[in-house]
Design a protein around this ligand. Sequence first.
Ligand SMILES: Cc1cc2nc3c(=O)[nH]c(=O)nc-3n(C[C@H](O)[C@H](O)[C@H](O)COP(=O)(O)O)c2cc1C
Length: 199
Amino acid sequence: MEWSMAALPPGEKYTLLSDAVVPRPIAWVSTISPDGIVNVAPFSWFNMVTDDPPLVAISINRGKGNVAKDTARNLLEQGECVIHLPSRDDVAQVAASGRNFAPHESEAELLGLPLAPATAVRPPRLANAVLALEGRLWQHIPIGSPVIADHCLIEIVHVYAAESILQDGRIHPEPFNPLMRLGGMDYASIGERFPASRD
Ligand SMILES: Cc1cc2nc3c(=O)[nH]c(=O)nc-3n(C[C@H](O)[C@H](O)[C@H](O)COP(=O)(O)O)c2cc1C
């Protein structure tokens, strides 16, 4: 089967690409509003872009009426975030934090997610998350006209990793057990792991 993307309605483009580009890591992002409300939301259109400068990218769709989501608005206004890489055990809270909360509501408070101060940025990190990348907005790329998504390049300035996921000073995939996103409502965790040489 083949698809001409131009012939597909928007919802089907979403389904096809989000089934195809898998598994995706999840950025579980905390930001802070100008009023000090801590916002937490997950984004799987997320990946590493460069290592020096250390940049990651997150694409945040505009919602109804092309209004920026709270995360994008906070990032644009305050310039800082903490990107947590959730573990398999975090799945229920990750999914719940993706619900549509009002801007004045704090997902951290409503979902009972304990917070801890970050080291280099103002938004707090999620105290129970094993891996947290503290970041500053490096470039905002509005996609489309009218804008349909806020593509954000974020420079990572500080990294926190819980002792429990380290082995010989490196992050170890088994204890970390990263949560990944598949198409539809599905998630995955790490299965078989094997090395392969380039030679
Ligand atoms: C696992 C998961 C991944 C998601 N990935 C994205 C994404 O990459 N881009 C996006 O715009 N929304 C994504 N969403 C939806 C947002 O999390 C959702 O719209 C959320 O309410 C945004 O919150 P905010 O307005 O507080 O920023 C995802 C939801 C879940 C549960």
